[in-house]
Write a protein that binds this ligand. Structure first.
Ligand SMILES: [Zn+2]
Length: 263
């Protein structure tokens, strides 16, 4: 009996230490700071959970619509080591040629929810009220418990890099002069983006999600980056925006633009 109690105490101590050893804030060697679970909640502002993960009486975890965040221990059990996985993705991209300067100062908030609710979007029927990822200037926000948070991360990272490298902050895609404008023009032409669609930020944001140039770009980036990190082409069904998965020419453009190859 005493042995069992001692064992239970030791087990509890080990679990507690194991839970603590997974840092919830990771200062990535590649530039960004990655906040997970309650540390991300403290940073993310007005976003609230739409669906969260809860522990049932039998000990299993499941998703439920709720207004409360998943506790840290349950979030870590549902998606173990997410901060480390996201950091490793950044490491693979930098190793392959991505300039770490483009990642400097980026903050990533991986929230303890399965889906997120975005306050203030209720009045706009074209704008989604529920999201698995959100991009703000210099910040990537994720539903960290979403079934494929890694892919969502790559999509939102695509928005961040479009802002940094192509100057598209605020869905801003018009032409102009300079290297960033040239890259925007190149990408839109390569992708055959319809020329009758206005490219200023307000008009772009008013389009349905899958028709925005920035979403085409972010989906292309996620597809390309997943291919470059894993060495395998992602499932075409995972591609969500208007034009369908990128072809060889588009993938080669991403290589040139972000890995500096053949430039
Ligand atoms: Zn997006």
């Amino acid at each position: 009996m005493r042995k069992t109690a001692l064992f239970a105490l030791l087990l509890a101590a080990v679990l507690l230490l194991a839970g603590r050893s997974e840092a919830s804030v990771v200062e990535s060697a590649y530039g960004p700071t990655i906040y997970t679970w309650s540390d991300a909640v403290a940073k993310a502002g007005d976003i609230i959970p739409d669906t969260a993960v809860v522990r049932l009486p039998d000990g299993s975890l499941t998703t439920v619509p709720t207004g409360t965040w998943t506790p840290d221990g349950d979030a870590e059990a549902w998606s173990p080591g997410l901060a480390g996985r996201l950091d490793a993705l950044l490491g693979e991209l930098v190793k392959a040629g991505l300039d770490p300067e483009t990642l400097r100062g980026l903050e990533v908030y991986a929230l303890p929810a399965y889906t997120l609710s975005l306050p203030g979007h209720e009045r706009d029927p074209e704008s989604p009220r529920v999201a698995v990822g959100v991009h703000r200037e210099g910040v990537v926000v994720l539903a960290g418990l979403w079934v494929n948070a890694d892919r969502t991360f790559l999509h939102e990272l695509g928005h961040h890099l479009a802002d940094r490298v192509l100057g598209t902050a605020g869905y801003w895609w018009p032409g102009g002069t300079g290297e960033k404008a040239a890259l925007r023009r190149e990408y839109l032409a390569l992708r055959g983006y319809p020329q009758d669609r206005p490219l200023n930020g307000i008009s772009q944001a008013a389009l349905p999600w899958g028709e925005r140039a920035g979403e085409w770009f972010a989906e292309d980036f996620a597809y390309w980056a997943a291919w470059r990190v894993t060495g395998k082409r992602p499932d075409a069904n995972s591609y969500l925006a208007g034009p369908g998965p990128p072809d060889e020419r588009v993938l080669a453009w991403f290589d040139r633009t972000f890995f500096g190859k053949m430039r």
